[in-house]
Design a protein around this ligand. Sequence first.
Ligand code: SAH
Length: 205
Amino acid sequence: MFQLTLRRRGISDQTVLRTMEEVPRELFVEASDREAAYRDSALPIACGQTISQPFVVAYMTEQLQLQKSHRVLEIGTGSGYQAAVLSRLAREVLTVERYRMLADAARARLEKLDCHNVEVMLGDGLNLPPNIGPFDRIIVTAAVEKIPENLVERLEVGGILIAPVGPHQGVQTLTRLSRTEAGIERKELVEVRFVPALPGVAREL
Ligand code: SAH
């Protein structure tokens, strides 16, 4: 059923579909939401955040055109679900979260699922230390009003960055940047709704 819903919504990459089927989403949602884990909707997690809708996770993953050799950066670990999907398709995943409680919970889940190629880092993904990167792929899973230049700078030639760009409240446009020898190509994809990317490490928890 899960795969069928994703297929109907236009996901055609077999590897992505198979991976989505393999990662147990019920382990990433609140215990009270287990039954809803395979519905195509976003669900609340701790700290007032959300685990993205499966279609959006599949779509963003498909758009990244991942290869097994890739180093991937994710901004916005949340539950760790997107990171678990990425970990099966790439060589290495660094995922950054500003809430300690979410970062710790995600790290524990990912360890339990043997996602040993994922590192969960507590930090501000909008203001990373300069020694981090470069990456083949960058995925931002919180809404940004503008794509941060300091993330674009961490993209390898041949790299792809994908981020929801738009106002914090309301609808954003999923935007894909590709770095080529000639420069940056920009493509606007679909409309999405993400929780906002906020500056700094969260003080509470
Ligand atoms: N990818 C997640 C869902 C992301 S929800 C999943 O699969 O479950 C967005 C997350 O981005 C939230 O957890 C929020 O705390 C985090 N976030 C927002 N601004 C951030 C920033 N500047 N740095 C790191 N994480 C951030």
